[in-house]
Design a binder for this molecule. Sequence first.
Ligand code: ADP
Ligand code: MG
Length: 308
Amino acid sequence: MNEFSLIQRYFKSIPHSRRDVLFGIGDDAACLQVPSDMDLLVSTDTLVAGVHFLMDWDAYDIAVRSVNVNVSDMVAMAATPCWVSLALTMPTLDESWLQRFSRGLSDALCAHHMALVGGDTTRGPMSITLTIHGFAPKGRAIRRCGAQIGDAILVSGPLGAASMAVTPFVQAVNDKDQLVLMDKLLRPNPRVDLIETLRFHASAAIDISDGFCADLHHILEASQVGACVMLEHVPVHPLVQQHQPDRAMDFALWGGDDYEICFTVPPSSAHFFPDCYVVGVIERELGLRGQIRQGPIEELSSQGYSHF
Ligand code: ADP
Ligand code: MG
């Protein structure tokens, strides 16, 4: 098998039903149609073996994860994902790995009605780079820089499970709960259900990949505002609370990989997000602060995962 039959068998064969792909894999470039009333949003994420995933993970999960973390970036912009291209670098041509990878890719793309439209395939240390494209009605993409003083800060779901799953603490957990925690790490579920509502009501948004505090800090910096978080309202994943009560808040605040959305809305719009948690308020005073009930206000570190 050479590079071309590999592309044919594992990538060109992935089906889609998008009419806006005039032609995809097989030419020197794909030809794609953006509706005239839409803006095109583009984002790239790389997954490096040993950094973002381990080589002993199922290739199916690796593919699903790489699609889903990219979809999450589109959700954070309130954009509807549509196309991806894939730059795949592998040390060897392992057909059973490719088969699992291709199946995961196909299932994850199909779940979000997306098409694989091109890419590049090379030999080298394993890494997977996906570039995702999405649409938002013209001028309606949500950015990090729109948070206003007085806005409520919301989080879309429980935090801390994925980051606990990468620590040795998860080994001490019973099998059933361990599976739930590992599932949060291996198969993050991008919150596509929120895209429409965010588009209408959010003033700023980000997906939580580096950790809640680190990612909220990005919104604060971009918007040139500060925030106070009501720590008792931060949604800690129940299994993290149960198995690591002393560290649960640390996982929720500073652990990454949850792929929930952190966003801000005018306080009168919070009720449009009944499944989300109001965790704080945007303030004029710069910096990130936390408070438990009416207790003392403390500075919160904005450190999250950083590669360098
Ligand atoms: P080129 O020599 O112009 O770089 P390639 O041989 O790399 O072209 O790719 C041939 C076609 O296959 C192109 O349409 C490219 O987009 C597509 N392709 C290559 N690798 C992948 C991949 N991993 N996933 C999807 N499409 C791919
Ligand atoms: Mg190429």
